[in-house]
Design a protein around this ligand. Structure first.
Ligand code: ADP
Length: 216
């Protein structure tokens, strides 16, 4: 089973660690702050109060053996960058680093972070989209241009088949699945009729998805 290490137990790091534990994974958590360690000691598999930048700390914890290490240090940009460099030098295969702004993100990428996440920026985008489009439930950005979206079937499409709605031609998007009463209709056929309370899981270009989301 995959093993995770989270460095930095601020709001982002602690939420991430809690979620991984809830999903059944083992999590090592490291933070310099005693209060943060005490808060998480009963939650994670191991909680260690230490400065990740101090000589030998990461190596003595066997950080190299973890499948994924998340650098969840945000405010202290310098530490976040230095810890990322150290992890890659030690030979950690997958380093995920949290960036507080675009420049921070670029530097993290340059120094070898395998995945850079922008929680505040992404959440802001998500909430804005959700406020504008009444139908959207969740969104995963696959690339800067393409997304996977979970959304309520727009009112005007109810009672119609996928063929009649013709999403592929009209909007250039594909319905991967329909969630109906807790069940999934995977890869629905052209004759599938859309019903009230249907949730659509669709994939497509962001520009086209925007048109579709506001189709009501
Ligand atoms: P958030 O915005 O998610 O709350 P913060 O940047 O406020 O994130 O919190 C980052 C956490 O990382 C803090 O709890 C801090 O003590 C911890 N931290 C910062 N530098 C180090 C370090 N070198 N080693 C271990 N933990 C660190």
């Amino acid at each position: 089973m995959k093993q995770f290490a989270v460095i930095g137990l601020g709001r982002f790091g602690s939420s991430l660690a809690r979620t991984l534990i809830r999903m059944g994974y083992e999590v090592l958590a490291i933070d310099t702050n005693e209060a943060n360690i005490n808060n998480m000691a009963d939650v994670v598999t191991h909680a260690v109060q230490a400065n990740a930048l101090e000589e030998g700390v990461l190596k003595s914890l066997g950080i190299r053996n973890f499948d994924v290490v998340i650098v969840a240090i945000g405010q202290d940009v310098q530490s976040s960058i230095l810890v990322t460099v150290m992890l890659k030098e030690i030979g950690v295969k997958k380093v995920v680093a949290k960036a507080t702004n675009e420049l921070h993100g670029k530097v993290l990428e340059r120094v070898g972070a395998d995945i850079v996440v922008f929680p505040e920026r992404d959440m802001g985008e998500r909430v804005a989209r959700w406020l504008v489009s009444r139908n959207i439930i969740d969104q995963i950005n696959l690339s800067p241009d393409y997304s996977l979206i979970e959304m309520a079937a727009p009112e005007k499409f109810l009672g119609k088949t996928l063929q009649e709605v013709d999403l592929r031609k009209k909007y250039g998007i594909t319905v991967l699945a329909i969630r109906r009463n807790g069940d999934f209709i995977i890869s629905p056929g052209a004759k599938q009729v859309l019903e009230k309370n249907d949730i659509l899981i669709v994939i497509g270009q962001n520009e086209k998805l925007k048109l579709f989301e506001t189709a009501d």
